[in-house]
Design a binder for this molecule. Structure first.
Ligand SMILES: *[C@@H]1O[C@H](CO)[C@@H](O)[C@H](O)[C@H]1NC(C)=O
Ligand SMILES: *[C@@H]1O[C@H](CO)[C@@H](O)[C@H](O)[C@H]1NC(C)=O
Ligand SMILES: *[C@@H]1O[C@H](CO)[C@@H](O)[C@H](O)[C@H]1NC(C)=O
Ligand SMILES: *[C@@H]1O[C@H](CO)[C@@H](O)[C@H](O)[C@H]1NC(C)=O
Ligand SMILES: *[C@@H]1O[C@H](CO)[C@@H](O)[C@H](O)[C@H]1NC(C)=O
Ligand SMILES: *[C@@H]1O[C@H](CO)[C@@H](O)[C@H](O)[C@H]1NC(C)=O
Ligand SMILES: *[C@@H]1O[C@H](CO)[C@@H](O)[C@H](O)[C@H]1NC(C)=O
Length: 404
């Protein structure tokens, strides 16, 4: 055992001096995962030697987290551990239990642990935040361009990720319709006099709350043009109205409550038009009694119930204004957008987001890895530059786009 410990220590020192531990792992049998969130990507590597890990445990400060004798998979967050996508879940073993993971035998470590627990090879998975690597490659001890053939898995907001890290989800409940006929019947039912009229308290038309006023997706230009035709109340730094600050990740209930009471529509406009990219701007709002007007790269028919959102990219700003005036003028038409309430469950917020992702990762780590998987490179498919689009005009009904 002590022989083993010395060997591991040597590897650790070497790794540290080399300053490029990840590329060293290439020669070992590891699995690499690539994760994207908010134009961020992380990577996970799987180690294998659990025995060596447990031998060293008595020296390990988180030893008390190991409450059972069952094998636990260890996951290291290599960089940017402070980011909400990982810190929001929490570190150690407890978060896996607290989030009621189906398989909870995992421990999440942050990079501070590296100085205590050095051998990278001992982790079952290593998550690398690609955002940091791609944004400022020179400050990282990793050469982005040598990352080919080392990432085994991806962990991102993309629906084709190995581990999905989604801002939210809308699940069909037991009473949700199974066919389009049933869906139409349920939409019709909103016209019954006994049905709720969602429009009664609402005095204003459209609200938007934003703090990033210049974006790749040019949503601000769309909003400016929309304002020529209908009033848009803008909260936050991009407008002159204020609400309890809507921090990127913390939803202030009072603010959303005010918005849903007062407004018929909310502009759930993403700052980038990227494949599958639908953030809390969308999920927090659709969870309320207000109709989201979406502007983004997600396939909203796939992630939201039929006839629950209005897609701005289907219209020019002028046509959208006309359409909203028409819906505003007729409560019957407006209420049809709420037919699905009570039949579907919306999940939003950082807790469910990280909970689903890390529970899934933990479960996947415990599954048999008889299939070898790795990505020859991650730029083409996963870099934001490659799957995000820049809108250049709304002159036609189709959003005109160019890819970088
Ligand atoms: C992970 O990727 C490496 C290539 O970098 C490969 O050798 C290894 O078998 C993969 N591991 C798994 C479990 O797929
Ligand atoms: C962990 O990450 C933080 C921020 O990314 C960095 O400041 C710190 O030096 C890192 N610690 C170690 C031990 O690498
Ligand atoms: C706020 O902005 C809107 C639109 O730009 C403008 O019409 C309105 O007069 C402004 N209100 C105040 C109080 O400045
Ligand atoms: C969007 O999703 C719907 C429903 O899943 C599907 O029928 C449609 O083909 C998708 N559209 C695109 C462009 O992928
Ligand atoms: C834009 O096109 C979509 C179908 O591609 C259609 O459903 C929608 O009504 C059109 N909108 C306008 C304003 O023409
Ligand atoms: C509102 O729309 C419904 C459904 O299209 C229609 O039957 C009704 O006549 C409209 N009401 C008014 C006042 O236009
Ligand atoms: C992996 O192994 C399991 C059990 O050992 C087996 O049931 C499964 O079919 C295998 N998967 C593949 C893709 O070979």
């Amino acid at each position: 055992m002590s022989q083993n410990a010395i060997e591991l220590k040597d590897i650790a020192v070497e790794t540290k001096q080399n300053g490029n531990g990840l590329s060293k792992l290439r020669c070992a049998k590891f699995l690499l995962i690539c994760l994207l969130i908010d134009v961020i990507v992380a990577i996970v590597l799987f180690g294998s030697d659990v025995t060596k890990f447990t031998e060293l445990l008595p020296n390990f400060p988180l030893f008390d987290l190991l409450v059972s004798r069952r094998e636990k998979k260890t996951i290291l967050v290599w960089n940017s551990a402070h980011r909400i996508e990982t810190s929001g879940f929490g570190f150690g073993y407890k978060p896996f239990v607290q989030h009621r993971c189906e398989v909870s035998d995992c421990i999440l470590f942050d990079n501070a642990t590296l100085s205590v627990w050095q051998p990278l090879e001992s982790y079952d998975a290593i998550i690398v935040n690609m955002h940091e690597l791609w944004e400022s490659p020179t400050t990282m001890p990793i050469d982005v361009y040598v990352l080919g053939n080392i990432f085994n898995w991806t962990m991102t907001y993309r629906l084709n990720s190995d581990v999905k890290l989604l801002y939210g989800r809308i699940e069909a409940g037991p009473t949700a319709p199974k066919t389009s006929e049933e869906t139409l019947k349920m939409i019709e039912r909103t016209r019954l006099p006994s049905s709720k009229n969602y429009a009664t308290t609402k005095t204003n038309l459209v609200a938007w709350m934003a703090s990033h006023c210049e974006t790749n997706g040019l949503r601000e230009t769309y909003v400016q043009q929309l304002q020529k035709f209908i009033p848009v109340d803008i909260y936050g730094e991009c407008g002159n109205l204020t609400c309890p600050r809507n921090d990127h990740w913390i939803s202030y209930p009072e603010c959303y409550t005010m918005l849903e009471e007062k407004y018929k529509f909310y502009l759930s406009f993403e700052n980038s038009i990227c494949t599958d990219y639908a953030t809390e701007k969308f999920f927090e709002v659709i969870n309320r009694n207000i109709v989201p007007i979406v502007y983004g790269g997600a396939n909203y028919s796939q992630i939201a119930p039929h006839h629950s959102v209005i897609n701005a990219l289907d219209f020019t700003p002028e046509k959208l204004a006309e359409f909203l005036k028409m819906v505003d003028a007729n409560d019957t038409i407006y209420n049809e957008y709420f037919w699905w309430k009570g039949h579907y469950q919306v999940e939003a917020g950082i807790d469910q987001m990280t909970g689903h992702a890390f529970c899934d990762l933990c479960k996947k780590l415990h599954e048999e890895h008889n299939v070898t998987k790795y990505y020859p490179e991650v730029e083409t498919e996963w870099h934001a530059d490659k799957h995000c689009k820049q809108v250049i005009s709304w002159e036609t009904n189709q959003s005109s786009t160019i890819s970088n």
